[in-house]
Design a protein around this ligand. Structure first.
Ligand code: AMP
Ligand code: CMP
Ligand code: MG
Ligand code: ZN
Length: 362
């Protein structure tokens, strides 16, 4: 209907951002001095964390990204790209990284959950996984670079509605990408559009062969975040492990390893301290309810009970999600990367809390 279309168009509008934040050049002047722009291996003074406390937390699970200031999200990107020596190795100067971050940030919409904060949250957790998993010895520099770029780009321009809704209510994206991973294909397209511009092209230093490799990994990674592929990935990986066939010598298996890390990061809210997990859940619910409101308004039927504002049991829905989706993924990931077993334990601890809440309700 027109009202659905108008609502989505309005929400996708970047006009308010452009009015509010000006252009990238003026924005960059505030944070990157002339002399710092061309540097690759030194973070601009104003883009360093101002508190040691925050810096020390960035490679841990104890971060609630919604508490970070806008500028701290940019600082997080700068810190992580430098921590994993991406800027140095791939000749990305401060100006290019800042412009890339700014242009990418603008593509994220002002929706409750699938916004820039979630993108930074997933990047942060990915860095945490690489760190505690000691995965710098497992993956190549190129693969780590691909994973970090994919993490920050993986939900670019999300409209706050899931694939089923986009197809069912015939949003332009739903019509265009019907029968494929609707939103994920869109996130990839947005990513390509950004990195295709010379001044934003983080891959500029790569050889032709490595550019091809890079895009293959990034495209597969972002597409693999489609939850409709979830059970296949978990099952496929379990089978390979059961048959002792999984091998880091195999390119496809390396890609599976990366896919698992990004997918774990994408639902990482469930493995953070309970208070943080609970806050994320409330935020996500708001987005689900918002979709449910539209479904009611348009008489197209609710996609799932989770979209119903009036009838919702938070702990019960979380128990289902933890048992059927999260634990199998976290467990198989820990079989591939044994140091990540701690995250399985965190998910189990949170599950216990949700279960206690249900018992108390009864
Ligand atoms: P680390 O792993 O903590 O030794 O630091 C890795 C990178 O962080 C180095 O490239 C430092 O230049 C950078 N760095 C050091 N202090 C800060 C800070 N306060 N905020 C952001 N980055 C920093
Ligand atoms: P997305 O970020 O696109 O990909 C992962 C999906 O998992 C996410 O959208 C949500 O639909 C879902 N998800 C993540 N966290 C939770 C949660 N705590 N409870 C229920 N669903 C979740
Ligand atoms: Mg997504
Ligand atoms: Zn996501």
């Amino acid at each position: 209907s027109f009202s659905t279309f108008a609502a989505i168009a309005l929400e996708n509008s970047r006009l308010k951002d452009i009015e509010k934040y000006g252009n990238v050049e003026t924005e960059m002047m505030k944070y990157v001095s002339e002399s710092e722009r061309s540097l690759t291996n030194t973070i601009p003074e104003k883009l360093r964390f101002q508190s040691e406390e925050l810096k020390a937390k960035i490679l841990t699970i104890n971060v609630f990204s919604c508490d970070l200031l806008g500028i701290d999200h940019i600082r997080t990107v700068f810190y992580i790209f430098n921590r994993f020596k991406i800027c140095d190795e791939f000749d990305i100067n401060n100006e290019m990284l800042f412009k890339f971050v700014f242009e990418l940030w603008k593509t994220y919409n002002d929706v409750p959950y699938h916004n820039w904060t979630h993108a930074c949250d997933v990047l942060q957790y990915t860095a945490y996984e690489l760190h505690i998993g000691e995965l710098e010895n497992v993956f190549t520099r190129l693969e780590i670079f691909a994973l970090l770029v994919s993490a920050i780009c993986h939900d670019a321009n999300h409209n706050g509605y899931n694939n089923i809704y986009n197809v069912k209510s015939e949003t332009p994206l739903g019509i265009l990408f019907k029968g494929q991973s609707v939103m994920e294909t869109h996130h990839v397209t947005i990513t390509i559009n950004i990195l295709d511009k010379d001044e934003l092209n983080l891959f500029h230093s790569l050889s032709k062969e490595n550019v091809r490799k890079m895009w293959n990994i990034v495209i597969k990674l972002i597409l693999s975040t489609d939850m409709s592929l979830h059970f296949n990935l978990v099952k496929n990986t379990s089978n390979l492990l059961d048959n002792n066939e999984f091998s880091f010598e195999n390119e496809d298996h390396r890609q599976i390893g990366l896919d698992l890390l990004l997918k774990v990061a994408d639902i990482s809210n469930v493995s953070r301290p309970f208070e943080i997990a609970d806050k994320w859940c409330t935020i996500l619910q708001e987005e689900f309810f918002r979709q449910g409101d539209m479904e009611k308004e348009n008489g197209i039927g609710l996609s799932s009970p989770m979209n119903d504002r009036e009838n919702n049991d938070k702990p019960k829905s979380q128990i289902g999600f933890y048992n059927f989706i999260c634990l199998p993924l976290y467990q198989v990931t820990a079989r591939v990367f044994p140091k990540l077993q701690v995250n399985v334990e965190h998910v189990k601890e949170n599950l216990e809390v949700w279960m206690k809440m249900v018992k108390q309700e009864e």
